[in-house]
Ligand binder design. Structure first.
Ligand SMILES: *[C@@H]1O[C@H](CO)[C@@H](O)[C@H](O)[C@H]1NC(C)=O
Ligand SMILES: *[C@@H]1O[C@H](CO)[C@@H](O)[C@H](O)[C@H]1NC(C)=O
Ligand SMILES: *[C@@H]1O[C@H](CO)[C@@H](O)[C@H](O)[C@H]1NC(C)=O
Ligand SMILES: *[C@@H]1O[C@H](CO)[C@@H](O)[C@H](O)[C@H]1NC(C)=O
Length: 402
């Protein structure tokens, strides 16, 4: 090698190692995206993605510039990519088509990232799902399902920051089979009466942290579903919505395993539920090692709920069975505020598979219906402890003073 070749070789090695090169940024407008909110920019996005994903530099970025609105039909961004770290920077707005549009019922979502490892998605722009036509269609029972807005499938080492997602036809953000996920600064907004518009839904995921986010929807703010472990959720404002739920688990006689869930520092505003575990009759498996800690309830219907009779009002599904998802080692610690329902604490466990080691500590829930309506607790088939102060009192739990 001559000295000139050596220099070129060293420079390219350096660029390769540091990933510093303008050519690793793939701007969708350079691939033909118009961004007028009307033209279908899906192909331009997919072409830009194909380049970003096949870049041999160590990092690559799909770039969505500011000041424009890009219309996307249902799209899937497939991995794995060649770069060890892929960034999607969404500074402009992204919008779904208005009305009902064709989408693959089985894949379930509008925008999908599939098998992309080391992906970071940073926001700034709005992701607008235009769900209202879907909601009407569902409410009139003409549509049985609707797309979720954003889905991450098999995306290990995933980071999502500063995303704004609004008005999804169904769930706003789905995390499916992802390991090591960090989510922060997410704002999700949909009307209180929009059907099934869960904020974040996680299933088959391990090591997920969701922080500093505001979620206002028509269904669960966050739902932790089957096969979930090591999930931390903190610093969340939830409401309107149905609260933070573990479940539903065990539907259609299925098995579920959920463990090591920590939900802390959450404020619930006018939600239907606060901290909830919901399982269907006839399921199996377990939900265990769960801590709900430091929760503020502002006019919440049902602040603390374990419901093993969940059946979503579905015909023929509300029958009782002997098997159930086993619920154990669950604590509710530091829960304050007001309940708009008389039964502020509801622990309704399976009569054949008791809830074990349920611990309540430092709880003060008053009725927002005035002094005369004292908040109450309901218990069925539950064993555990209550460490005063616990208001309302939960007499079925043994007193534990430490
Ligand atoms: C992006 O969406 C937000 C919220 O709808 C809006 O305020 C903003 O003007 C939009 N930006 C562009 C460039 O259309
Ligand atoms: C929390 O999220 C908001 C956006 O919703 C962001 O502006 C703020 O910087 C974040 N704070 C922290 C500490 O990350
Ligand atoms: C109960 O769960 C907590 C985590 O929520 C865990 O630290 C503790 O070890 C568990 N206790 C038992 C007896 O498994
Ligand atoms: C199932 O059992 C619960 C608890 O005993 C009871 O309240 C409920 O009415 C039963 N449901 C049916 C459909 O029998």
């Amino acid at each position: 090698m001559g000295s000139k070749e050596l220099l070129v070789f060293l420079l390219s090695a350096l660029i390769h190692l540091t990933g510093v090169s303008s050519s690793n940024v793939f701007d969708v407008t350079k691939y033909g995206a118009i961004g007028d909110g009307k033209t279908d920019d899906s192909h331009a996005f997919l072409n830009a993605w194909a380049s970003a994903c096949s870049s041999t530099l160590s990092t690559s970025t799909l770039f969505v510039p500011k000041g424009k609105t890009f219309l996307l039909k249902p799209v899937t961004f497939h991995g794995p990519c060649k770069s060890t770290s892929v960034t999607v920077q969404i500074l402009g707005n992204i919008t779904a088509p208005n009305g009902l549009w064709n989408w693959n019922y089985n894949s379930g979502s509008w925008i999908i990232f599939d098998s992309v490892y080391g992906l970071s998605v940073f926001g700034g722009g709005d992701i607008e799902g235009h769900g209202s036509t879907w909601w009407k269609c569902k409410q009139s029972r003409k549509c049985s399902g609707a797309p979720s807005a954003l889905m991450f499938n098999f995306c290990n080492n995933l980071k999502l920051k500063s995303l704004k997602i609004s008005n999804s036809p169904q769930i706003h953000l789905v995390l499916h089979d992802c390991k090591n996920v960090y989510v922060s600064g997410i704002t999700i907004t949909a009307p209180a009466d929009s059907p099934n518009t869960d904020g974040i839904h996680t299933q088959y995921c391990k090591q997920v942290e969701i922080k500093n986010s505001t979620i206002k929807t028509g269904d669960d703010c966050i739902a932790i579903s089957k096969e979930s472990s090591d999930i931390k959720i903190g610093g969340i404002q939830c409401g309107p919505g149905h609260g933070i739920s573990i479940g539903s688990l065990g539907q259609s006689y299925s098995a579920a395993t959920v463990e090591r869930i920590h939900v802390y520092n959450v404020v619930f505003f006018g939600t239907m539920n606060g901290a909830r575990i919901k399982t269907w009759q006839g399921g199996s498996g377990y939900a265990r090692d769960i801590t709900f800690e430091n929760l503020m309830m502002v006019n919440v219907d049902n602040p603390i709920v374990i419901d093993q009779y969940y059946c979503n009002g579905q015909q023929g599904s509300c029958r009782n069975h002997t098997s159930a998802v086993k619920v154990s080692n669950v604590s509710f610690t530091g829960v304050f505020g007001s309940s708009s329902n008389v039964v502020a604490i509801r622990l309704a466990c399976s009569q054949t598979v008791k809830c074990k080691d349920v611990h309540l500590k430092n709880i003060r829930l008053t009725s927002s219906g005035g002094e005369k309506k004292a908040a109450l607790a309901y218990c069925l088939s539950v064993e555990g402890t209550s460490s005063p102060p616990v208001v309302p009192a939960v007499p079925c739990l043994s007193k534990w003073i430490n």
